[in-house]
Design a protein around this ligand. Structure first.
Ligand SMILES: [Zn+2]
Length: 291
C-alpha cells in the first residue's frame, strides 16, 4: 500500500479520518478515506500503488470496461448510455466547432465512435487492454495506452475525461499534461462524482461513488477549482449529470441490501435537493479553460 504524505491540492500534512468504506465490487477489502484539515479534500489513503491497482479492476463486470448487458442495472446502464452520449456530443459541439478531440479513459469507445461519426478528429486513451481493443475496433483507429500522453504533439480543441480523473495515480503530472495538450482557446471537460451531494450524505459508507480503491479522490467543487487554479486553469461552468443520481443510488441500495424503489426515491431526492443547493448534484461536469 502507498501512503500519501501531503495533500495533493494544498500540500498540508494534517489529515483527519473521514470514512471507512468497503470494496463491494471486487476485493471486499476495507479502505480508509482521509480529509485534509486545511482544504477539506477527501482521498483514499493509504491506497494500492499503480503497480497493484490492476487486480482491483478484475471484476468480470467492471461496467465501463465491458459490453456486458447481464442483469438489470447493466441493462439500464447501457440504455442510459445511448442518451448520455447524445448529451455529451451536444455539449462538445456547443463548446467548439469541430476539431481535435482527445478522450482520456475512453473505455470501450462508444462516445469516441459517435464523435468520429459526427466529424470530430478523434484520439483515444485507455489503460485497460481489453477495453482498448474493443474501442480500437469500434472507432477503426488506434487507441493508445496512457504513456502516449507524454508524447502526443498535437493540441486539442476538446479534451474529455468522463469519470476518469478520480482514478489517476499521478494527479499532478496528469494536470500538467492536460494543460500542455489543451489549445489556448480549448475546453477541458472533467466529469467526476461529487461527495458534497445529497446521495453521498445519505448513503455514507455505502455510497457507490466512493468505489474504493479504484476511486483515489473524492472531489467537491471547491477542490476541483483549487486544484486546476494552481496550474493556471479555471473552471468556467459546472453542469449536472442527473442520471448518475439514479445509477449511484441503485448500486448503493444493492450494497446496503435496499431495494429498487428506494433507489428511485433517493435518486429523485438527490436531484431535487441539488435544484436548491448550488453544485450538489451526484456527479458534475466541470468545463475548464486556460486562465
Ligand atoms: Zn489540502
Amino acid at each position: 500500500m502507498e501512503k500519501i504524505p501531503n495533500c495533493l491540492i494544498c500540500s498540508s500534512d494534517k489529515f483527519i479520518p473521514f470514512i471507512r468504506c468497503k470494496d463491494y465490487t471486487v476485493s471486499q477489502e476495507n479502505f480508509e478515506l482521509l480529509q485534509c484539515s486545511n482544504c477539506n479534500f477527501v482521498f483514499t489513503n493509504p491506497r494500492p500503488p499503480q503497480s497493484q491497482i490492476g487486480k482491483y479492476y478484475k471484476a468480470e463486470d467492471y461496467i465501463s470496461h465491458t459490453e456486458t448487458q447481464k442483469g438489470f442495472i447493466n441493462k439500464l446502464y447501457h440504455f442510459a448510455r445511448i442518451y448520455t452520449i447524445k448529451q455529451k456530443l451536444s455539449l462538445i459541439e456547443k463548446l467548439s466547432p469541430k476539431g481535435n478531440l482527445l478522450d482520456i479513459g475512453c473505455g470501450t469507445g462508444n462516445f469516441l465512435a459517435s464523435a468520429k461519426n459526427n466529424g470530430w478528429n478523434i484520439t483515444g486513451i485507455e489503460t485497460d487492454a481489453d477495453a482498448r481493443n474493443i474501442a480500437h475496433q469500434k472507432c477503426s483507429t488506434t487507441i493508445f495506452d496512457e504513456e502516449q500522453l507524454d508524447v502526443l504533439e498535437s493540441q486539442f480543441n476538446i479534451i474529455t475525461m468522463w469519470h476518469v480523473l478520480e482514478h489517476v495515480h499521478e494527479l499532478k503530472q496528469r494536470i500538467s499534461q492536460l494543460k500542455r495538450l489543451l489549445k489556448p482557446d480549448g475546453s477541458l471537460i472533467i466529469a467526476v462524482p461529487n461527495c458534497a451531494s445529497y446521495d453521498a450524505q445519505h448513503y455514507k459508507e455505502f455510497w457507490a461513488a466512493y468505489d474504493v480503491p479504484r476511486h483515489l479522490y473524492h472531489f467537491k467543487p471547491e477542490n476541483i477549482e483549487q486544484l486546476f487554479s494552481t496550474y493556471g486553469l479555471e473552471v468556467t461552468s459546472i453542469l449536472p449529470m442527473k442520471l448518475d443520481a439514479y445509477y449511484v443510488a441503485m448500486l448503493s441500495e444493492k450494497y446496503k441490501g435496499g431495494n429498487f424503489l428506494s433507489a428511485i426515491w433517493h435518486g429523485f431526492k438527490s436531484n431535487w435537493h441539488a435544484k436548491f443547493h448550488k453544485y450538489t448534484y451526484s456527479s458534475q461536469i466541470y468545463i475548464i479553460k486556460h486562465k
